[in-house]
Design a binder for this molecule. Sequence first.
Ligand code: UDP
Length: 238
Amino acid sequence: MSKLAYKRVLLKLSGEALAGDAGYGIDPAVVSNLCAEISQVLALGVEVALVIGGGNIFRGISTSAKGMDRSSADYMGMLATVMNAMAVQDALEKRGHSTRVLSAITMEQVCETYIRRRGERHLEKGRVVICAAGTGNPYFTTDTAAALRGMELKCNAIIKATKVDGVYDKDPMKYADAKRYTRVTFTEALTLKLGVMDYTAMTLAMENNVPIIVCSMFGGHIKRLMLGEDVGTVISVD
Ligand code: UDP
């Protein structure tokens, strides 16, 4: 078997990744395709923790802008991530993978509560750990939750799987000559405002020396990344 570039990874999926053409809600066919990609990674023997956003169902900040209390709106956003986590859990289990949803907000009838040591143990046993409810705190994002859980669960990299296969110097959808960065430092990414993840997530990863990798969620790119191929954009300390 080929040597793995990463033994344990934290995969961050935005809520929009689960939505179909409608742009909101959960599209079971899309979730199934996404889980097929994750399945390929698991087949390599990589340990996978997931953090899933909630923007396809609810985004706190936009609702608070319309007059709702920010914290209440954010809690609603966190609850939305739990629904997404359950949809992904179901799709992964249909493919025969063992999974656990660990929520930062206790809801014992629905899933386990996030306990770091328990999460680590699940990963060691080959279960997919799906971290739900973000950090459990308002005023944060699931990007920050991804960085935090990535550190806590001792992941070798945080992978931000998106619709685009990396970070480009200009919009690749609009410009044919757009160039993909293969490697950038955190300092460059922050200075150039590359918009990889929010600042809190980026600084957390930088201070703890864990790379963030932006890559496409489809086309077997995550698997190729695990095998050390040149896909996506690696953001690292040096
Ligand atoms: N959220 C929060 N604390 C967290 C994570 C998420 O308050 O630790 C709320 C916040 O309102 C956010 C919403 O949950 O807008 C959905 O998360 P996010 O916007 O990060 O999802 P994504 O853009 O990845 O779909």
